[in-house]
Write a protein that binds this ligand. Structure first.
Ligand code: G3P
Ligand code: MG
Length: 243
């Protein structure tokens, strides 16, 4: 059965990577959330997509130049299309604390392709171990060295390579790095490849699936999960398909 993973929370309807977006994903019944992490100046794991705060907040500058306290004073919905009451950038710890009240899975995307944050992997894994979320967290990254590093630190936590260019037989590549899943851009994977990968035991969780026909197509081929900005819409498509 296809799992529904809310991309940056329910990013199509709520300010991305905020508790508001994650709560919405929970409310609509998503199986999990996807979020992005970077490191603050004081070494805290913070949940934000970009290296800078410019696009999503009311201020400017790099995440790595602000402390967690400073980062949390910014309005993370400033540029969102609808008004929200000043959501803040959460820390990964805060998201993990909230997960104690539900059963959702969490795909943590390590955003270390541009800035090689020292110890990002160790800090994220430290939190996963502290909360005993080894079976609830999937670590992904476009930086495949980083996820292999994660696997070496704690092989019980699932890793998945993200990619957005064509990979030949990606399931063979996945196995070579001990990944049990792949997270491709939907543009670079076909239905046949999804079926072949999953036959080989490698789950496919493409991003970012926002249109109903595409959701339906992926559900039909029993794609392991879809990562979407619109989890409520995806759940509607899934329920209609099951009837
Ligand atoms: O993890 C899937 C997706 O989030 C990867 O791309 O840029 O939205 O983080 P991006
Ligand atoms: Mg992401």
């Amino acid at each position: 059965m296809t799992l529904i993973i809310a991309h940056r929370g329910s990013a199509g309807t709520h300010p991305e990577n905020t508790m508001e977006a994650f709560l919405e994903a929970e409310r609509v019944g998503a199986d999990g959330i996807e979020l992005d992490v970077q490191l603050s100046k004081d070494g805290e794991v913070v949940v934000i997509h970009d290296e800078s705060i410019d696009r999503t907040t009311n201020d400017r500058g790099f995440v790595q130049d602000y402390t967690l306290k400073e980062i949390q004073s910014f309005n993370a919905s400033y540029k969102f299309k609808k008004p929200f009451k000043q959501p803040k950038i959460p820390s990964l710890r805060e998201v993990f604390q909230w997960m104690q009240g539900n059963q959702m899975i969490c795909n943590v995307e390590l955003k270390n392709g541009v800035i090689p944050y020292p110890q990002l992997e160790e800090k994220v894994i430290g939190l996963i171990e502290e909360f005993h979320y080894e079976d609830r967290v999937i670590l992904s990254s476009f930086n495949h060295y980083s996820i292999v590093h994660c696997y070496r630190i704690n092989p019980s936590i699932e890793i998945a390579p993200l990619y957005s260019n064509g990979l030949f037989m990606p399931w063979v590549y996945a196995e070579s790095i001990h990944a049990k899943a792949i997270h491709p851009n939907i543009k670079v994977i076909t239905d046949h490849m999804i079926v072949d990968a999953q036959k080989a035991g490698v789950a496919v969780r493409p991003y970012t699936i926002n249109a109903k026909p595409l959701m339906k197509r992926l559900i039909k081929v029993n794609c392991a999960a879809i990562i979407t900005d619109y989890p409520e819409k995806a759940i509607g498509v899934l329920n209609a398909y099951r009837k």
